[in-house]
Design a protein around this ligand. Structure first.
Ligand SMILES: Cc1cc2nc3c(=O)[nH]c(=O)nc-3n(C[C@H](O)[C@H](O)[C@H](O)COP(=O)(O)OP(=O)(O)OC[C@H]3O[C@@H](n4cnc5c(N)ncnc54)[C@H](O)[C@@H]3O)c2cc1C
Length: 533
């Protein structure tokens, strides 16, 4: 993975993808694997925006089936399975427990029938999947067993629980890096900290992007036969800035999670507040409460106000009264804007039903496509649609290739590989087979009680395009992705980076401050955290 800006400015690509979130990355992957030449531009770091903030659930479509959509449910099942084939080491099986009650819909009998139907729809969920990731059948249990599965289940009115399984992504950021590595190995050119500032046009057709290297301030052009706008919530701003008509009645739903310093339980727990489901999900050594969809905003910058955060915590307390959730345990606030339906102005942030793959020929702007969606899980499917459309526009028919594991994911039995890893489990879970590339020196933790080594930091800088302390601590290693790791750990990581990158004392202090700011920005000030009810 090399940040090769000379290539970006020298070549003419089949497609220039704007945005290194999960939608842009899968789109670049879908095009590269079909043999197209691709440039990918990300103005911050890969997976540094909405995609960083996901609850990390790889959904199997239970919710879609509840809403009666067989086709959507099947898409979730297929995509969950595809991810298990493409990057098994980054996933783990996550059991979900949802209490049942004397309720017209959420009663035990209805849930049993529903889960049977779901399992039938998802009967092929394990086809071709590594046995270590096989998802067991869903089931219901009685009240005592429900409490045994997760003691936080509220005994009040409890009749039992419904139990199903999905996957959890340990780190969406590591999936992003696996994708960047895969596409660059297949010939794509990718760079972080390069912003698309405008569109190039030739004979009324979009012919590339005016780009700005945010590290040096240098401007350059990236030429492409097609430009794909996958810039997440910024997609509409980009279109408007290029004079393309945008429907102003559409907006965004602000989605929030709270990362809590709360002991993780083996099962994710569902609970209801104000008629909507929330989950308390174990993740690493923390729990995440989410996801709330608050209100309707014009966007595109996701800045929750303390009232949004307090409201989510209050709902969490209502949904999980025995969990002892409190403001002091908030370590990080995940937030992002997801495209909402126009009706959301009155319907409380209702998300877009279908992903968007728009060919702007319809707006009189040939050569430009916009790709966006509301689910991390199904981003790959949307990317395949976008790639189909590109194939048609470029007039070079290709058969979509069979699923092939991403870089670092070609295992011949994940469980066996882990066993043979002899103490390398943590590295396998992050790097897959590529853990063998980690430099041999610096295998000790950078600070006491911190599970990150200098070796990982050096690898991030040398091989994974990490340019800032934020890249290293939030998106390459596990150091700060769950909240502030402590001043000593941050300083230790910074000093490894400073030695490798030749930073001065002043630069190092600036880098530390930038991460501090980022983490403070993600977390409300203590005085603002108190729930109002
Ligand atoms: C709190 C929360 C919880 C969620 N939980 C789940 C979940 O559990 N499961 C699930 O399936 N989905 C979940 N989602 C949804 C999922 O995270 C999003 O659908 C997905 O991450 C959106 O990805 P994206 O690539 O469209 O956007 P982004 O990740 O925002 O990527 C867009 C990228 O474009 C870049 N960019 C913008 N403008 C430019 C420019 N001019 N030039 C270059 N680059 C540019 C940005 O920097 C950004 O990195 C959740 C979302 C949120 C917010």
């Amino acid at each position: 993975m090399i940040r090769n800006l000379a290539r970006l400015s020298d070549e003419t690509f089949d497609a220039v993808v704007i945005g290194g979130g999960i939608y842009g990355l899968w789109t670049a992957h879908a095009l590269t694997t079909r043999g197209f030449s691709v440039a990918l531009l990300e103005r911050r770091d890969f997976s540094g925006a909405t995609s960083f903030n996901s609850l990390k659930t790889v959904h199997g479509g239970i919710r879609a089936l509840q809403h009666g959509s067989f086709a959507d449910t099947r898409q979730f099942v297929r995509e969950r399975r595809a991810l298990a084939t493409l990057a098994p080491h980054l996933l783990r099986v996550m059991p979900f427990v949802v209490p049942t009650a004397r309720h017209p819909v959420r009663n035990r009998t209805a849930m049993r029938v529903f889960l049977r139907a779901y399992d039938a729809v998802a009967a092929d969920r394990n086809h071709g999947v590594d046995p270590a990731l096989h998802l067991p059948p869903s089931y219901t249990v009685g009240p005592r067993a429900a409490r045994a599965l997760n003691p936080l289940v509220d005994p009040d009115g409890l009749t039992g629980a419904a139990v199903w399984h999905d996957y959890q992504l340990h780190s969406p950021e590591r999936l992003a890096i696996a994708l960047v590595r895969t596409i660059t190995e297949a010939g794509a050119a990718a760079a972080n900290y390069v912003e698309a500032r405008g569109l190039l046009k030739h004979a009324d057709r979009v012919s590339g992007v005016q780009a700005l290297d945010l590290r040096t301030g240098a401007s350059f052009d990236v030429r492409g036969r097609l430009v794909i706008n996958a810039s997440g919530p910024w997609a509409w701003q980009l279109l408007a800035s290029c004079g393309i008509p945008v429907d102003r009645s559409s907006g965004f739903s602000l989605a929030l999670n709270l990362v809590l310093d709360h002991p993780p339980r083996p099962h994710a727990l569902g609970g209801v507040s104000k008629g909507r489901f929330l989950f308390l999900v174990p993740w690493r050594d923390r729990s995440i409460l989410g996801t709330s969809h608050e209100g309707f905003v014009q966007g595109p910058d996701p800045s929750p106000v303390p009232a949004d955060i307090s409201a989510l915590l209050r709902d969490g307390v209502e949904a999980f009264p025995h969990a002892g959730l409190n403001p002091a345990s908030i370590r990080l606030v995940h937030r992002g804007l997801l495209p909402a339906r126009p009706a959301a102005a009155t319907a409380h942030g209702a998300l877009l039903k279908r992903s968007i793959v728009r060919d702007h020929r319809a707006d009189g702007v040939p050569g430009l496509l916009t790709v966006a969606g509301v689910r991390y899980t199904t981003a790959r499917a949307t990317a395949q649609q976008a790639a189909d459309l590109c194939t048609e526009i470029l007039g070079r028919p290709v058969t979509p290739p069979a699923l092939a594991p991403l870089a670092g994911a070609a295992f011949n039995g994940l469980a066996l590989y882990r066993q043979q890893g002899q103490g390398q489990d943590r590295f396998v879970a992050r790097y897959g087979t590529l853990h063998t590339e980690l430099p041999a020196d610096g295998r000790d933790p950078i600070a006491p009680d911190i599970d990150v080594t200098s070796s990982e930091i050096l690898y991030a800088i040398r091989r994974e395009m990490a340019l800032t302390l934020s890249d290293v601590t939030l998106r390459r290693t596990d150091l700060a992705a769950g909240g502030h790791p402590g001043a000593d750990a941050l300083r230790a990581a910074a000093s490894v980076m400073a030695a490798e990158c030749g930073w001065t004392t002043g630069q190092t202090a600036d880098e530390i401050q930038a991460v501090e700011r980022e983490l403070t920005l993600e977390t409300p000030a203590p005085s603002a955290r108190k729930p109002s009810g």
